[in-house]
Design a protein around this ligand. Structure first.
Ligand code: AMP
Length: 358
């Protein structure tokens, strides 16, 4: 086991969004410095980090500079190129391991990895032309067609409620002519997620599962505890532990699940990073997901995941952020704004967590 990072050491963060911002704030609280690398000029994380490298993820001189300034590297964005993570990992520890990025970036590779690890998912098949799609729609009596790469918040998806004749025609090119995956439409009762962490010594820490509601494909609300029975909670937590072990993971991982009528869980997707559905931990737990991730990558012991309150977290999307003054007046409510000055529809501007019972 390697020694923990000493005080004043620097953690490099690939990606400068709000997740990076909250990681940088947690790192500062533990006495670490951070340097953020992001292609966007005004990134929320750069506002609070000690250093900022404004560059593309594959900019070799910029990556060299990052290596010179840092002692360990992590990321807040799962579409960092795997080649970048691999080349950095030749020089310095990169956590979570680049293999986790690889598994999460391609929905087909992700499902194959999960099924090989003994974890259930929706039935799926790969789609590389309209004929593949026709066969899949027939087999699953409809389905959800997704781009294999770069999809998030429901982007790059199309739902087919049945296998109507001709429904497949021209769809492959309409979806951009890129590799696709068709998943069976899961008649889920609820969606839950688990935020889990693993340290380099193999110890794990898991938060209580949250129940998630989406609007327009974007997470709207996470409620804890989730309205599912103890068997379902245990199955979801066990699946998360199995995934962490299979990936020799170090850091925080988000796992999203569908809960079926019979209480069984299917993994929808994994995110090798801190996760929006774990923001509630900031207000309702002693050690939040951001600190937990920093602890893991810095080689510190993982923290207590105990929850002192029930809670509901809601995202503030677009002009919902204008509710901030009114939310600030509420007791038992923690507001977090991301420092984004331009309001755009669909843009995550902040979130709040309302403590509902302690
Ligand atoms: P994703 O980008 O894969 O997380 O999908 C966004 C949302 O679409 C999920 O949170 C679900 O609400 C819905 N969804 C995705 N895949 C399926 C599926 N196979 N069956 C039913 N609903 C799905």
């Amino acid at each position: 086991m390697t020694a923990p990072l000493p005080q004043g050491a620097t953690i490099g963060i690939l990606g400068g969004g709000q997740l990076g911002r909250m990681l940088a704030m947690a790192a500062a609280r533990l006495g670490y410095r951070t340097v953020v690398l992001d292609p966007a000029e005004d990134s929320p994380a750069a506002q609070v980090a000690n250093g900022f490298i404004h560059a593309a993820y594959d900019d070799t001189p910029a990556l060299k500079k990052l290596l010179q300034q840092c002692d360990v590297i992590t990321y807040e964005f799962e579409n960092v190129p795997v080649a970048t993570a691999l080349s950095l990992s030749e020089e310095m520890s990169v956590f979570p391991p680049p293999e986790a990025l690889e598994a999460a970036q391609d929905r087909l590779a992700e499902k194959i990895f999960l099924n090989t690890a003994g974890i259930s998912t929706a039935p799926f098949l790969s789609v590389d032309n309209d004929d593949d799609l026709a066969r899949g729609l027939e087999r699953f009596s409809g389905g959800v067609l997704k781009t294999r790469r770069m999809g998030y918040d429901g982007k790059g998806q199309r739902v087919f409620r049945s296998a109507d004749a001709g429904a497949h025609e021209g769809v492959f090119s309409e979806m951009g002519g890129v590799p696709l995956i068709l998943e069976a439409l899961v008649p889920f009762r609820r969606e839950i997620s688990v935020i889990a962490a693993r340290a380099a010594d193999g110890s794990t820490a898991i938060y209580d599962p949250a129940e998630n509601e989406h609007r327009d494909g974007i997470l709207h609300r996470s409620t804890v505890p989730a309205h599912v029975d103890a068997g379902t909670l245990a199955a979801a937590k066990q699946a998360a532990i199995d995934i962490l072990g299979s990936l020799h993971y170090v850091g925080v991982l988000g796992v999203e699940f569908f809960v079926l009528d019979n209480g069984k869980v299917l993994v929808n997707e994994i995110a090798p990073r801190v996760h929006n559905s774990g923001h509630w931990t900031e207000a309702a737990c002693t050690v939040c997901q951001f600190e937990q991730h920093i602890r893991a990558v810095a080689g510190l012991p993982l923290g207590d995941t105990g929850r002192h309150s029930d809670c509901v977290m809601e995202n503030l999307i677009g002009d919902e952020v204008l509710r901030a003054p009114e939310l600030l007046r509420e007791p038992h409510l923690m507001l977090h704004l991301y420092g984004k000055t331009e309001i755009r529809p669909g843009r995550k501007m902040g979130h709040f967590t309302r403590l509902t019972r302690s």
